[in-house]
Structures are given as structure tokens and as C-alpha cells.
Write a protein that binds this ligand. Sequence first.
Ligand SMILES: [Fe+2]
Ligand SMILES: [Fe+2]
Length: 285
Amino acid sequence: MTANRAAGLLPTDDMASVVTNYLAGAAQARTWHVEKAMEWDLADAARLTDGQRSAVEFITIIEDHLPGYFSLYHENFPVDGSVEPSVYEHNRELYHFTVRWASEEDTHARALTRYQTASGLTDEQTLRGLLVAPGQGRFELPFTHPVQYFAYALVQEKATQIYYQQLRAVVDEPVLKEVLTRLSRDEARHFTFMADVVARYLQVYGDEVVGPIRETVADFRMPLSGVIRGYWRWALKIADTARYDHTDAYEHLIKVVNRAVDAPSERVSELISFVDSCRTIEVAR
Ligand SMILES: [Fe+2]
Ligand SMILES: [Fe+2]
């Protein structure tokens, strides 16, 4: 058994090719200079409803926690002498993605904090102060199999993309609309990377990764749900403005699984029905 297999990792060549696909696509994505690309002078929080303001404050905190998310990947896929050489090779390939992804997510944090100050929602000092506690909070993902880090992020990236699109649809302040367009476009690309990794896992490991993927969905927790004070009250409040439900991403996870396997085994079929059953049924209001 190779060291990668023992550690539940993809063969390095597979990881490398998924990363290369991402970077080849990302190179075509327009780079976004937060400082130059936006007409910040036109940002105007007076044109937002209370719910929309609250939503902006909420997503700023979530995006601003980037150092915490980045260190999770760094700790769990170390790029140092603590791992076998072949695991190092795998982790080094993955790092080409992680570091790029982190830089894109950090741009999101910058764009949202800039929006808040430019639009008059708050001032820099107050905002920095508000971001300390959630930034210092530790967001734990108690996973036992590496595929779970990718399955989790697959759901998270898709859920965020959907949320930004829905929020954008109800906002009519042009600068925030533009910020949300760019954010959702990036999250869509991040989703495709995670989807490619999960698909490779299913192709390489088959039924072996079904249990871990199922657990990720069964125990799904939103990032920072245990870190932000009054998280659920806040989450419900912003849901009045635009729907924010991570289970909206599950149909996309099901598509990834279906596309990855030609003839689903019994365990894979069971996984698909389980994921499907976890979707929130929309109640007509
Ligand atoms: Fe983001
Ligand atoms: Fe993202």
C-alpha cells in the first residue's frame, strides 16, 4: 500500500491534474483589483434595507475568517518534514490551489470590508474591532478522512455562491450588486475545484469514501456557527432578506456523485438518497 493510499489521499498525479485544471481556468478569470476595479465613491448604504445591511455584516465576518480556514488546510495537508515524501508531493500540489484560493477569498474579505466603510455602513476602526473576536475564534472540522475537507468545501462554496446570487437579486445598490456578482463568480469556480476533487476520490476509491462523504453531510455545520455570538438568530434574520440554506447545495453534490460513477454501487445509491433526504423542503409561505 502506498503512503498516499494509507493516508486516504488521491494519487499525486490526480491531485496535480485537478489543480492544473483549476489554475488553467482561473488564469482566464478576470483579476479583481479591489482598490481599482470598483467605483467605491458610489457605494451607498442608505440604499440598503436593514436586512441587507445585516446580511453584508454577516458575510463580511464569514469571509474575513480566511486565515482560520487556510490554516485548517495547512494543518491537515502539511507541506513540511512531518509527512512521508509521497504525501509531501501530494500536499505540495494541493498547496498550489490552496494558496491561490486563499488569495481569492482574502480579496472577498477586502471587498466586503471596503464596501462597509465606503458605503458608510461603519468606519474602519469600528469594523476592525468587530472582526477580532470572530477572527480569533477557532473553527474546527473534526474530520477523520481527507475527502471530507473537499466534500465540506464543495457544499460550502456552492451554498455561498447561491446565497450571493439571491442577495444580489434583491439589492438595488449598484456597487454592492457588482461586489456580489464578483463574489459569486469566484465561489462558482471554487466549487468546481472541490467537485473535481470529490469526483476523483469516487473514481479512485469508490465505496471506501462513501461513508466519510455521508458523515460530512450528516454532521454539516456552517462555518463559524459555534464562533459568532447569536449566530442562529442572526442567520434566521438574514434569511428573511435572501434565502441562505446550505442544503441548497445538495442537488449539486448529487450531480457530482452521479457524474463521477458510471454504474452506482448500492452504497453510492444509498449516499445519493441520503443526501437528497437532507435537503430542506421549501415550505410555501
Ligand atoms: Fe468567498
Ligand atoms: Fe470560495
